[in-house]
Design a protein around this ligand. Sequence first.
Ligand SMILES: [Zn+2]
Length: 481
Amino acid sequence: MSLKYDLIIKNAAVIDGTGAKTYNADVAILDDKITAIGSLNEFESRRLIDASGFVLAPGFIDVHTHDDTNVIRTPNMLSKISQGVTSVIVGNCGISASPVTLGGDPPDPMNLLGGRQDFIYPTFKHYVAAVEQVQPRVNVAALVGHTALRSNHLKDIFQPASESEIAVMSEQLNQAMSQGALGLSSGLAYASAKQAPMAEVKALVKELAKHNGIYSTHMRTEFDAIIDAMNEAFETAEYGKVPLIISHLKCAGAGNWGRTTETLTLLEEKSKTQKVACDCYPYSASSSTLDLKQVTSDFDIYITWSDSEPDMAGKLLAEIAELWNLSLIDAAKRLQPAGAVYHGLHPDDVKRVLKYKHTMIGSDGLPNDPHPHPRLWGTFPRVLGFYSREEALFELPEAVHKMTGLSASEYHLANRGEIQIGNYADLVLFNAKTIRDKATFEDPIQKSLGIEKVWVNGQLSYHKGQITETRHGRFLRRVQQ
Ligand SMILES: [Zn+2]
């Protein structure tokens, strides 16, 4: 008997996303699903690909992105599809494109997502409809930002929310959750959310439980008081009885280097009694808006953009300060609003966090930055090429698990992240010997090497460095329970 498939990928080295060892098999696709795995010699298909010498893995899931408005404005998403990414999770760090109604310009750091004209989704439903209408090249799932809710409803964003403001934020969060949001994110380190006491966040997180939601947090600090900040995150999630995801776990600041031994021990301890995980990008430099509190002479701070002094983009803060004959902090003030890359992490800390069993890979890339941190274009191939192949930090199946199966499971993305019969055919074919990130701090907008083909929902979407004609991404709503 011969069965007709749309596509058979033959002789692939399959890494299935579960963390299990590589095995050789043929994988068949019909419509948008994986429909057979094994030796499929006697079967017919409309198309056949010989994948000898290549690894076939589930499409990568970028769990930490700020692609909220970009999936609509630049739907080809070349920065992500060229890395083998087939799904992005937006709405991280307390900032989301929806539900948002602005009274003026977006407050820092919502300005990372775009300008006033880009915030045109007063409800989550509007955002979903816009994504579905444009159909980006990658799948999209979304968190609701705490800072976005504050910006919608607080008289003064630099104050704690009042009882009545918490009530309207809760109502709006509930509405977004019922329209398919994955959960709530916070960005408590930023001035626009810093005044929110734990009680304010707890009240919102409590609303998530009935929706099977997730709480993800860019913690109050990643510097000296990081343990306090972690304990706040654990307590907040525990109060709502929801899973916790700590965003871009790191130990920032020279005085803090080496302390991931401490933070990971705490995380491991907590993981025995509550559901916790974290994400991490594979670089020892961070990036965000230029934060006066982070200005230091301990390490290089590179200015990526400045609205008030655009000519200074591309220079080190120290150079600019010297040029203007100002202190670092006064130069930073004059550059506001601005973006920066901070070379303030220790490579050993990055390795330790990447290796940790509950760590997922997330790029935290900033797509609207004219000179972005290279993580935007390089994160996933860098984990596979540099950290797995060259540094031997982990075997390839473990590296792939951190960007596929683990991610789908933590974020409740149904039928994705693993090569299994019946799952959606989000797939990437890559060369394990040559896969490598090319984006650098000097030259960050560069496609990675070694990504051969990428399929999204069963359709070829990227091939040998080029996007295909059509796009096939979908909006991924939270799974109802
Ligand atoms: Zn963040």
